[in-house]
Ligand binder design. Structure first.
Ligand SMILES: [Zn+2]
Length: 239
């Protein structure tokens, strides 16, 4: 008979949500929030919420989904999870733009677009925080999607007491900082609205343009120096 730990299903203590299951439940909560928000706003964003089962046993539901080819070929996925906190990603420092997991790094275009949405939100909303990190404490479904040709990025929450284990190996509820969950929901909504718009593409290129204009002259000068040095060091013809 299936059972579960006799831990709180959910309780706020200070700024933290403690619960028997944060991972993967809060990802599902964030998806439902964004779908609800965009529906209420009558948004035209082409967004699909995908809920798969058995993530913890090796994302078996996700592997089943990619085999059905039910997703459109041009689908882009943002995989959601809670992931054990790292030195570079702590609870309380905002939702994490997850650049990769223990197995792979994720789609550069999606990662960059998530990062851009995070930067814009941070500038627009005081107190909203984001972090960007390789969360290599485990694997997530984005690795599976990318392996099957469905381009995927990821976002997550930095999790305390991962899988109900305290740092000392005791049994305890998982916990997240509630503000991180709110920043994740805000990030996903902003991303859904800006993704794949011509303005977003133009902005991505424009953000790199100053690097080229300020650096190209110096690069050309150094290329001439290297060429001149190479010419000087070539031994002349033997006489
Ligand atoms: Zn997990």
């Amino acid at each position: 008979m299936p059972g579960m730990w006799d831990l709180t299903p959910g309780a706020m203590r200070g700024s933290r949500l403690h619960a028997r299951v944060c991972d993967d439940l809060l990802g599902a909560v964030a998806i439902l929030f964004v779908l609800d928000k965009l529906w209420r706003e009558r948004s035209g964003a082409g967004l699909v919420g995908v809920f798969t089962r058995a993530e913890e046993t090796g994302f078996v539901g996700c592997l089943g989904l990619v085999r059905t080819r039910a997703l459109r070929r041009d689908t882009r996925v943002i995989g959601l999870e809670c992931s054990p906190q790292r030195a570079s990603a702590r609870p309380g420092r905002g939702a994490v733009v997850r650049v990769g997991d223990a197995a792979s790094v994720f789609d550069p275009e999606l990662t960059h677009a998530l990062q851009r949405s995070a930067s814009e939100l941070r500038a627009a909303v005081p107190g909203l925080a984001f972090q960007r990190a390789l969360m290599d404490g485990g694997r997530c479904e984005s690795t599976a999607y990318n392996a099957h040709g469905v381009r995927a990025g990821a976002a997550c929450l930095a999790l305390g007491n991962y899988h109900n284990c305290t740092p000392r190996g005791r049994l305890a509820p998982e916990w997240v900082e509630w503000a991180d969950h709110e920043s994740l929901a805000a990030l996903l909504a902003a991303f859904a609205l800006s993704w794949n718009t011509p303005a977003a593409h133009a902005q991505a290129r424009a953000s790199l343009e100053p690097l080229w204009t300020s650096g190209r002259a110096e690069l050309a000068r150094s290329a001439r120096r290297i060429r001149a040095a190479a010419t000087r060091s070539v031994p002349g013809p033997l006489s």
